[in-house]
Design a protein around this ligand. Structure first.
Ligand code: BGC
Length: 441
């Protein structure tokens, strides 16, 4: 039986990723809280993982014991700036304490400034549709970056702007002020402008900072490659969803299915690219799906599916995502800023991790500049419109008692982080069913 280890480069960042509303608990001043109270979600976030109550300490201990040397979390705008004219210095102090907590444990922080949630004052005035959002976001960014810069130099301006815009303004799954393709693309354009303003502001405050954003990238194929309609739908979806931000940051023009938009100030505003990859889509023409511009999507029939059929385990998609990024931006450092699967009993997660990391290894083996991998997530957390129905944590969470439950993936991921590689012994122990795929004889 073959044996060996897939090694990663020295200094590779091994971490997990989380987001404020999903872990903090008691966030009552943002649009998601309102959306939950209005009954649009399966459950309410409630206490979440109670990080605001101090349980970040025990979870950061778990990350450190698990050999993680990096952690990505987000700050909650609605806490920091509860009204347009006030700053909550106590909230800022809590984030400073969390960052000190990471450093004390030898963990490098990566901080996201916007992860899906908006303060109610912003949401109620349809903030992301208005032009002054750029100045408002910049004001917030200047304040928080000034306050935290002592502890952070890896910043992620906006998490998955494409999911925020499409999930809310087109699909209506997320809170949004209005609906339709026009407002969706308007919000995307404003997010690009706000990102660009934040990029320049952060560099002014902290010249050595590394600033980027996290793109949710979906590789897509036409279900029937011979069908011009399936191919057309695949292209519209692919360009609309994936390419808005990347096109603007490389050329200063945002590509959009309803007309391109010039945003020259966005050109070149990234020091790295964060890639959030979960799965890949098969796309086809569907006359019944007017809301989605007559396109529909799914997974291959024989796919290795997650618990709630939300994610198909398609590891080559991560390789293709990285390859796309390398060809689009040669030399730009890349970070896999999210990757994971919902799997309450952990039957799929070990092989999902192993197979995806094997694809990352293929990429670094070509010397492609992938600098780190952040698994989503450290502990089960509040999954937006899907509430608590999906369990993405290495650690499970009992929401009644706040008890953390250890899944086998905890030890598997810890072994990988500590080894800075994946060995044949690990695969044999945690996911022998894919041994032949990773170590063919
Ligand atoms: C988001 C996370 C979310 C994860 C799993 C990503 O799109 O950034 O907030 O929890 O997907 O659904």
């Amino acid at each position: 039986m073959p044996s060996g280890t897939y090694h990663f480069p020295k200094g590779f960042l091994w971490g997990t990723a989380t987001a404020s509303h999903q872990v903090e608990g008691n966030n009552t001043n943002n649009n998601w809280y309102r959306w939950e109270q209005e009954g649009h979600t399966k459950h309410k976030a409630g206490l979440a993982c109670d990080w605001w109550g101090g349980r970040w300490r025990e979870d950061f201990d778990r990350a450190a014991e698990g050999g993680q040397n990096a952690h990505r979390f987000s700050v909650e705008w609605s806490r920091i700036q509860p009204t347009p004219d006030t700053w909550d210095e106590e909230a800022i102090e809590k984030y400073r304490a969390m960052l000190r907590g990471l450093h004390e444990r030898g963990i490098t922080p990566m901080v996201t400034l916007h992860h899906f949630t908006d303060p109610l004052w912003l949401y109620d005035s349809c903030g992301w549709e208005r032009e002054d959002i750029v100045a408002l976001f910049e004001k917030f960014v200047r304040k928080i970056v000034g306050a935290l810069k002592e502890y952070v130099n890896l910043w992620c301006t906006i998490n998955e702007p494409n999911v925020y815009a499409f999930g809310g303004y087109l699909l209506g799954d997320f809170p949004a002020c209005s609906k339709g393709l026009k407002p969706t693309m308007k919000v995307m354009a404003n997010m690009i402008r706000a990102h660009a303003a934040a990029y320049h502001a952060i560099h002014q405050i902290q010249p050595e900072a590394r600033v980027g954003y996290a793109l949710h990238f979906r590789p897509m194929v036409a279900r029937n490659p011979w069908s011009p309609l399936d191919r057309l739908m695949r292209n519209i979806r692919y360009n609309g969803f994936n390419m808005g931000f990347p096109s603007a940051l490389s050329t200063g023009v945002m590509r959009s299915p309803i007309g391109n938009v010039n945003i020259p100030e966005a050109k070149g505003t990234q020091d790295y690219l964060g890639l959030n990859y979960y799965s890949a889509d098969t796309v086809w023409f569907d006359i019944k799906k007017s809301r989605e511009l007559f396109s529909n999507s799914g997974f291959p029939k024989d796919a290795d599916m997650s618990d709630t059929k939300f994610i198909a385990n398609i590891p080559e998609g991560l390789y293709n995502t990285i390859k796309w990024a390398v060809y689009k931006y040669p030399d730009l450092p890349l970070i896999v800023s999210e990757n994971g699967v919902e799997d309450a009993d952990d039957h799929l997660r070990p092989r999902y991790i192993a197979q995806h990391l094997h694809q990352v290894w293929r990429a670094v083996n070509f010397n492609w500049p992938v600098r780190g991998y952040f698994h989503w997530s450290l502990v089960d957390n509040f999954e937006w419109e899907r509430g608590w129905t999906q369990r993405f944590g290495l650690w499970g969470l009992d929401i009644e008692t706040q008890k953390r439950i250890k899944r086998p993936s905890v030890d598997f991921y810890a072994a990988i982080c500590k080894e800075n590689g994946i060995s044949s012994e690990m695969i044999q122990k945690y996911c022998p069913e894919v041994f032949d795929k990773l170590f063919p004889s």
